[in-house]
Design a protein around this ligand. Structure first.
Ligand code: PLP
Length: 421
């Protein structure tokens, strides 16, 4: 579906209507308060656009943290899901199903690897990789039982389980949830020397986001990942790339690692792998590593289910054309050129890769949250992260003119804030 600027209706007032207020009140009353959503109640979506319960339309510049890379209600992905819904949706891995084999074969081929461990959420893929790396360390590398360590980065975001928050340095994510899982060493992101110093004979893996998403789209120095690859080869350590947010087209390539020519031992995938329809995640790697798992050692009731596999296959087929990657690259260049003109006009700095931008707003002007609220009033949905940073990551199917329009709205918001202060 193609939206044009001329067809757009955007809200003129921020006051929530009765219908919105009711929906928000129900959520506030009965859903745990582990999020602080913008006051918009979405009812429908198509492509890069969503519609609220009152029929007002917004350009979705978050795309569910890149889980909706291919757009809302993507017709190809919906067709694949519908067809599979009518056939069978869940068998458990106690039996084989006719979608899993093709899915893992096609996904492994896309990644240039041998094997796939299918799971559901991103955090589960990370947890699975930690178990695999430890098992590989003990069984293949010969690390003494119970001694394996994994090197992680400051500012990381890998999910919300107790083990994963154990090695987060975000106090909101971590504080109050101990006791923490041992076996992790934190080093500064982007500092290969620090990684070299932290590696010892018990190190089994380096876990890294090739670009840190939640930290504010932080791109490391170009030599960082290649240096990690060399260190991991030298010390026989697994390089694990968490591409749950950066992978599958967002950065203008299939994986963010591709941008610097690095091939990790394990790719962790999630978010967009489920096409915005069902949660699908995966650990993708070679037989020497993923082959360490034996029956009964790891599993998931829903992992590898036929519906997830059918949707995952459609996602892989989309990416195999190379078109989403190419589009993200082209649109990303346009977005960055547009954003560059705001630097010095309320924007301190812009970071990014492909169709993914982290924008540091002048903290004297507003918080990221305030900017997002004002953008919402103008029909653009974005999300703040860490203080005065906002992130733009629209679905890759976004129309170029709509992207330009979103940046115009940001420019208008910043101008409005400048006159206010
Ligand atoms: C979102 C995310 C995760 C966690 O995925 P969930 O599906 O929310 O569990 C892990 N790593 C990265 C880099 C992410 O962005």
């Amino acid at each position: 579906m193609t939206d044009t600027v001329a067809h757009r209706i955007h809200p003129s007032s921020s006051a929530p209507t009765q219908r919105q207020a009711e929906a928000i009140a129900l959520e506030d009353e009965h859903a745990a308060h582990n999020y602080h959503p913008l006051p918009v109640v979405i009812a429908e979506g198509a492509g890069a656009w969503v519609t609220d319960v009152d029929g007002r339309r917004y350009l979705d510049c978050l795309a569910a943290y890149s889980a909706v890379n291919f757009g809302h209600s993507n017709p190809l992905l919906l067709d694949a899901a519908r067809a599979q819904l009518e056939r069978i949706t869940l068998t458990s891995r106690a039996f084989h199903n006719d979608q899993l084999g093709p899915f893992v074969t096609e996904l492994a081929a896309l990644a240039g690897k041998d094997m796939v461990l299918p799971m559901n959420t991103g955090a589960e893929a990370v947890e699975s990789a930690i178990k695999v790396a430890r098992a590989w360390g003990y069984r293949v590398k010969g690390v003494a039982d119970g001694r394996a360590n994994i090197i992680v980065m400051a500012g990381n975001f890998h999910g919300r389980t107790t083990t994963i928050v154990s090695f987060s340095d975000d106090p909101d994510a971590r504080d109050g949830f101990g006791p923490y899982t041992p076996g992790f060493r934190t080093v500064p992101y982007g500092d290969a020397h620090a990684v070299a110093s932290a590696i010892d004979e018990d190190t089994v893996a380096v876990l890294v986001e090739p670009i840190q998403g939640e930290a504010g789209i932080v791109v490391p120095p170009a030599e960082f990942l290649p240096a990690l690859r060399a260190l991991c080869d030298e010390h026989r350590v697994l390089l694990i790339a968490d591409e749950i947010q950066s992978g599958l087209g967002r950065t203008g390539s299939t994986f963010a690692c591709d941008l610097v020519g690095v091939v990790p031992d394990l790719y962790l995938l999630g978010k967009a792998l489920g096409g915005g329809i069902v949660p699908v995640s995966a650990v993708v790697g070679d037989r020497e590593v993923l082959g360490v798992l034996r029956p009964g050692e790891h599993g998931s009731t829903f992992g590898g289910n036929p519906l997830a596999a059918a949707v995952g296959r459609a996602v892989v087929a989309l990416l195999a054309t190379g078109e989403p990657q190419e589009r993200a690259e082209l649109l990303g260049r346009r977005l960055n050129a547009d954003l560059d003109r705001l630097v010095g006009h309320g924007v301190v700095r812009v970071r990014g890769a492909g169709l993914w931008a982290g924008i540091d707003i002048d903290p004297a002007l507003a918080t990221g949250r305030e900017v997002c609220e004002l953008l919402m009033e103008r029909g653009v949905l974005a999300k703040d992260t860490h203080g005065s940073t906002i992130r733009l990551a629209p679905p890759i199917v976004v129309e170029p003119a709509d992207l330009d329009w979103a940046v115009d709205q940001l420019e208008a918001v910043l101008a409005e804030l400048a006159t206010r202060s």
